[in-house]
Design a protein around this ligand. Structure first.
Ligand code: SF4
Length: 466
């Protein structure tokens, strides 16, 4: 067994702590304890929360959406941008009211922020009512940390350890049809603006047999849209030395019997290969949709970002993907106002957006992260200029998204219905294979099923059909 996988002995030890902590809580409360989990950030954090809920469930916890009703509140935080950190601190600040009303409630702070020294110090000093803080590497040790808090009455902090893989815990997922399935953790890329390798450790891939078994189980439980997760799924398997890469894994999941589809995120353009696109094209259950973050249209800025690809390589990938999958939907991330970005660099980004015509873009104004290389770079662009560039980018992309979506009108698509519509004129919503949001005039009976939906109208953000 690879040494990144937490050993069976260590997992058994945690089960003993889970038993002890669960009993202590039951004795104190005279009933099963209730937990409320609050998640910030990316899908990986969502998946981590599902794993935590699995641990809590084994300890006898029930779940509530209302923090004021909970005996244990967990904030799973995100460190990717300053804004996300401010939100997390804001939420922890508000939780002081809950602690005042119910001093026995336990408050936990975990996730990527907890793995940062500065955030950890702030929690220690400014939020004395936070009972337990633990980093991403300590997630599986939560039963031990909770037991320590309950048995000693002291605050507990655990940010130790290296990146690990935790197997053998059944995540508590949302009800079908959509499921996250982690295939790997961490990142080796050290893009100069990104904190992820510092807080999530180096790349480590799960055993393919475990992944395939979990996917089979999800399908048998009625999940119909499975998203394979990793910070850089295209380097899946590099650390296994087992002769399996991400395309091979996709094929194996595609071979599972059942009525489902599979998608993945996130891809790094330097590792996305023609083999990947050929595999996507030939596997009927693999969605013809990819999120391929470009970040900038300027080779100079990409160099400063340490992205290890150029725009020619990127556009060649897009051309190839579209040649083998003409229907593919393509989304991307762009950072505006990276240190040293000039108007000329920014125009190159606009040119790229106009050339590639992404279905949609996730756009961000650069956010300085301590410990990263970019944090040391000179950043002379004023904030209002960055905002102007951001607005210009959005205007261009919104026009493109609307034009692309308008081409869907009058056509029929297979849509997986997965929830109630937030639009007052529609009843349910779902996603196409290309992950387009569709609001539908339908009925609750459609929930969790694939339906052929005729698109009647389109906007920048969504399609509308029946
Ligand atoms: S690939 Fe780059 S941006 Fe993505 S998680 Fe790794 S370091 Fe961060």
């Amino acid at each position: 067994m690879r040494d990144t996988v937490v050993s069976a002995e260590k997992m058994a030890e945690q089960r003993e702590y889970a038993d002890l902590a669960g009993r202590l809580l039951y004795e104190r409360l005279g009933r099963n304890p209730k937990a409320c989990t609050v998640t910030f950030g990316c899908q990986q954090n969502e998946a981590d929360t599902e794993l935590l809920r699995g641990i809590l469930s084994e300890m006898g916890f029930l779940f509530t959406e209302k923090a004021q009703d909970a005996d244990l509140i967990i904030f799973n935080t995100c460190a990717i941008r300053e804004h996300a950190e401010m939100r997390a601190f804001g939420n922890v600040g508000q939780a002081s009211h809950i602690k005042r009303a119910n001093p026995d409630a336990l408050l936990c702070f975990c996730g990527c922020m907890a793995q940062e020294q500065s955030a950890c110090a702030k929690i220690k000093n400014s939020f004395p009512y936070v009972d337990i803080l633990f980093g991403t590497h300590a997630l599986y040790r939560f039963p031990q940390l909770l037991y320590k808090r309950l048995s000693t009455g002291k605050r507990v902090f655990d940010t130790d350890g290296e990146g690990v893989i935790v197997e053998g815990i059944e995540p508590v997922r949302k009800a079908p049809p959509n499921a996250w399935l982690s295939i790997m953790f961490g990142c080796n890329n050290f893009c100069s603006y990104c904190i992820v390798p510092f807080v999530r450790g180096r790349e480590r891939s799960r055993d393919p047999e475990r992944i395939v078994d979990e996917a089979k189980k999800l399908v048998s439980e009625g999940y119909k849209d499975i998203t394979l997760l990793g910070q850089n799924v295209n380097s899946y398997g590099n650390d296994l030395g087992a002769g399996i890469d991400f395309s091979d894994l996709l094929k194996r999941i595609n071979d599972i019997e059942g009525d489902f589809r599979v998608r993945f995120m996130t891809s790094h353009p330097k590792d996305a290969s023609k083999k990947l696109f050929d595999t996507m094209a030939s596997c009927e259950k693999v969605c013809k949709s990819i999120h391929l973050p470009v970040q900038s249209g300027s080779d100079r800025i990409l160099g400063l970002m340490n992205r290890k690809y150029g725009i020619e390589q990127y556009t060649e990938l897009v051309r190839y993907a579209r040649s083998v999958m003409p229907e593919i939907t393509l989304t991307s991330d762009v950072i505006v106002g990276f240190p040293g970005e000039t108007e000329e660099d920014f125009i190159k980004t606009l040119d790229l957006i106009n050339e590639v015509r992404f279905d949609s873009l996730f756009t961000f104004i650069y956010s300085k992260r301590e410990r990263t290389k970019a944090a040391l770079m000179e950043d002379l662009t004023p904030a209002d200029e960055k905002q102007r560039r951001f607005d210009r980018l959005l205007e261009v992309q919104n026009r493109i998204s609307r034009e692309i979506n308008e081409n869907y009108v009058g056509k029929t698509f297979k849509v997986l219905i997965d929830g109630e519509s937030e639009d007052e004129n529609y009843t349910v919503k779902g996603r196409t294979e290309g992950f387009k949001l569709v609001h539908i005039k339908g009925s609750g009976e459609m929930m969790g099923k694939y339906k052929n939906i005729e698109i009647e109208r389109a906007s920048t953000w969504a399609l509308f059909g029946r």
